[in-house]
Design a protein around this ligand. Structure first.
Ligand SMILES: C[S@@+](CC[C@H](N)C(=O)[O-])C[C@H]1O[C@@H](n2cnc3c(N)ncnc32)[C@H](O)[C@@H]1O
Length: 228
């Protein structure tokens, strides 16, 4: 188990070896989190808030495993990754071998509904609800039910060029922002409390037919939430 501080560059290099989904389905919004964004989230969770090392970690909608494998690499005590898609889980297993983290994550091919119990930390990059409205709410509900602390990524409504430029020019590429009123209300109604929100830029390559540009750059907000 990893106890020493890992350099962010080393984490990012490991995560860049994690293969994406070979045939992503638009209906499940199966894009893979970019390695730099995953490393930033894991770094904040591990070293700003102390929520990874020696903790039990659940990755809801784990896809091919970037967040789960990153948590294992940083020294989580136990990691579980759940995804509804069997191909994603098969590739996640292969990725755990490729990254030298075989048997460090328990992979489950199932709907997140099957998850019960309690985890110290939930990490999730859920479907943003772009294809299926409200898809992210089910993830937030489950995370609030089973997690003590939740790191949840959501698409931001911020699109202004000045804000994006600010994110690009800052050395760390993250800016603290206020929560969306909808998520704040939703979290409150489910017994949670928002601890922090960090905005960052995410760039995803052209993946689906409805993507009109070669790559798509947009702002995402990482919510750090205390569960019930
Ligand atoms: C945006 S992708 C993120 C994948 C991965 N966590 C990452 O960040 O690279 C969302 C993932 O949620 C999974 N998913 C969608 N609905 C699900 C459900 N009801 N139960 C479990 N997984 C689900 C999809 O198959 C997909 O892999």
């Amino acid at each position: 188990m990893q106890k020493r501080l890992i350099r962010k560059l080393d984490l990012e290099m490991l995560l860049s070896q994690v293969e994406p989904h070979p045939s992503p389905k638009p209906s499940l919004e199966q894009y893979t989190i970019p390695a730099d964004v995953a490393a930033t989230i894991l770094y904040i969770a591990a070293y700003t808030h102390n929520d990874i090392v020696d903790k039990t970690v659940l990755d809801l909608g784990c896809g091919t495993g970037r967040l789960a494998l990153g948590a294992a690499f940083l020294g989580a005590k136990q990691v579980v990754g759940v995804d509804i898609d069997k191909t994603a889980i098969k590739v996640a297993c292969e990725n755990s071998v490729k990254t030298g983290l075989k048997n460090r994550v328990q992979w489950i091919a199932a709907d997140i509904d099957v998850v019960h119990g309690k985890f110290d930390t939930v990490l999730q990059n859920p479907p943003f609800g772009v294809q299926r409205r409200k898809a992210d709410r089910k993830f937030l509900e489950k995370a609030l039910e089973v997690g003590e602390i939740i790191y949840s990524l959501h698409k931001s409504s911020r699109k202004d060029k000045v804000f994006i430029k600010k994110l690009k020019t800052r050395g760390t590429n993250i800016v603290s922002v206020s929560p969306s009123s909808f998520i704040e209300k939703f979290v409150g109604e489910h017994g949670g409390t928002i601890r922090a929100v960090y905005a960052m830029l995410m760039t995803v390559p052209h993946m689906f037919n409805f993507h009109t540009k070669r790559k798509h750059e947009f702002v995402v907000d990482l919510y750090v939430i205390k569960g019930e």
